[in-house]
Design a protein around this ligand. Structure first.
Ligand code: C2O
Ligand code: CU
Ligand code: CU
Length: 486
């Protein structure tokens, strides 16, 4: 009773934008499926780098491996410093980070720092790919705000397949003193957890199933099995009864519509590029590929809890809800529940001069035309071409981009080298998880989304940044463009 009043109150300013779970046909038993045994939560190793000459240095090796993901067999995987997936990289705003990357794969690979504001030459896009056996060093001063970020393969035409096999991890920019002052959980693996959610499809043999067939290109690769940090059907025994979950959609193409099994409320405190001004209490959250959200969940009732993906949202409709992971807080240390209070002040861009407004039309050409364009995926009529710079931006200015989806699928649009503000979606305010600083936004069919962003301080007329659909199969098929900032 009390919680409900509270919930409505805190959503007051966003009336109509929250999605009540009660509106759904929700059956508690419709997600009991899997024959998979329950596994312990997989906490990725934490890598905070080593200080060398005033720089925080990370050594990252892309490698092949074999992983025990399924109960009874192994799967060929790739990873960074490990067989599958990657360590969580933690650093701070103001650090100079130096990423020393070695490609020990038998194929070319690029490694991109998703969400970072940094010089184009350090971005890890397709122009910075490493040949097999080669090294690449990226170095930049961290300008971004504390938040949860993403690093992943960005190899020309092969991003989807490489991420699927494991070339992806989480980066965290942290500020312990700020977290302490705001009373936010911040101890890695104790009250602060990376939750990288990915779906995978397996062959009979236990190997990953990945396909470039037309249908898979169109829908993007989806799988019938959900992994959290690489583990299926896992159970987290949190250290405390109030936890910070860094929800991170690391999937190639799947959109998640997440609720807890008892539909409990939680507080969203941050999105892609930073904390919100104030926590927002919700009980359901949608995340497109590459979107992140930090939430605080109260587990003090110590009841068994499951995080569930609701069927019916995204480009592929499932017949059932899916288990994401479980929580067992019977042994968790009791701590004070989270209190709503102001968090940070976001930059006020309401009066900035707009140097340029650009339309970005996201297009899929169906039917025979699909055969003649590069798979049929374009932005403003053009498919990605490594030799074409599509847009030229001026550094240190602001732009508005109008993202327009003319297809009948959902596309998560991402721009490199910036954190933007979503102004509106078809004229309406964005959802709670779309507030704050963002680098990826879902554009629904027949929707126009306006985003506003600073173009950043870096200038380079030669090396471009990317903007693209973050359904990796769409990106690989051409729904990507290049821009320089000078
Ligand atoms: Cu997450 Cu261009 O990438
Ligand atoms: Cu990116
Ligand atoms: Cu797309």
């Amino acid at each position: 009773m009390k919680r409900r009043t509270f919930l409505q109150h805190s959503l007051g300013g966003l009336a109509g934008l929250a999605l009540p779970v009660s509106a759904l046909a929700y059956h508690n038993n419709s997600f009991q499926s899997h024959a998979y045994s329950r596994k312990p939560f997989a906490l990725p190793p934490l890598d905070e780098g080593k200080w060398v000459n005033g720089k925080r240095v990370f050594n990252l090796t892309l490698q092949k491996g074999e992983s025990k993901i399924l109960d009874d067999t192994t799967t060929e995987t790739i990873g960074i410093n490990q067989a599958f997936l990657a360590p969580v990289l933690r650093f701070q705003k103001g650090d100079t980070v130096k990423m020393q990357v070695t490609n020990k794969l038998e194929e070319e690979a690029a490694l991109h720092w998703h969400g970072m504001i940094l010089p184009a030459s350090e971005d890890g896009g397709p122009h910075q790919a490493m040949k097999p056996g080669k090294k690449w060093v990226a170095e930049w001063k961290v300008l971004n705000e504390p938040a949860t970020y993403f690093y992943h393969s960005h190899t020309h035409n092969h991003t989807g397949e490489q991420v699927w096999k494991g070339l992806a991890g989480q980066m965290q920019i942290v500020d312990e003193s700020q977290d302490k002052a705001l009373n936010l959980p911040h101890e890695y693996g104790i009250d602060d957890y990376p939750i990288i959610i990915q779906d995978r499809q397996f062959e009979e043999s236990g190997e990953f199933f990945y396909s470039n067939q037309r249908m898979h290109k169109m829908n993007g690769m989806h799988g019938d099995t959900i992994l959290v940090n690489g583990a299926i059907n896992s159970e987290l025994k949190p250290g405390t009864t109030s936890v910070r979950l860094r929800l991170h959609n690391g999937s190639n193409a799947r959109f998640y519509d997440l609720v807890f099994s008892d539909q409990r409320a939680f507080n969203i405190i941050g999105t892609d590029g930073g904390l919100l001004e104030k926590p927002i209490t919700i009980n359901r959250i949608r995340l497109a590929p590459a979107e992140r959200a930090e939430i605080i969940v109260d587990l003090s009732d110590r009841k068994p809890l499951t995080l569930v993906n609701l069927r019916g949202y995204g480009n592929v409709s499932d017949s059932r809800n899916m288990t994401v992971m479980h929580f067992n807080s019977t042994q968790s240390k009791k701590v004070k529940p989270f209190k709503i209070q102001p968090l940070v002040t976001l930059p006020n861009w309401s009066d900035v001069a707009i140097a340029q407004t650009r339309p970005m039309n996201l297009e899929m050409h169906m039917g025979p035309q699909m055969m003649f364009t590069s798979g049929g995926f374009t932005i403003n009529g053009e498919a990605m071409d490594m030799d074409v710079i599509n847009e030229e931006l001026k550094a240190n200015t602001f732009e508005i981009w109008e993202l327009k989806n003319n297809s009948d699928m959902l596309h998560p649009f991402h721009v490199h080298n910036t954190q933007f503000k979503i102004l509106d979606k078809n004229g309406i305010q964005p959802h709670p998880w779309e507030q704050g600083l963002k680098d990826t936004v879902t554009v629904h069919d027949n929707e126009v989304v306006r985003i506003l962003f600073p173009t950043g301080p870096y200038q380079n007329s030669e090396v471009p940044y990317m903007y693209h659909c973050h359904i990796l199969e769409h990106e690989d098929a051409g729904m990507m463009g290049q821009f320089t900032t000078t």
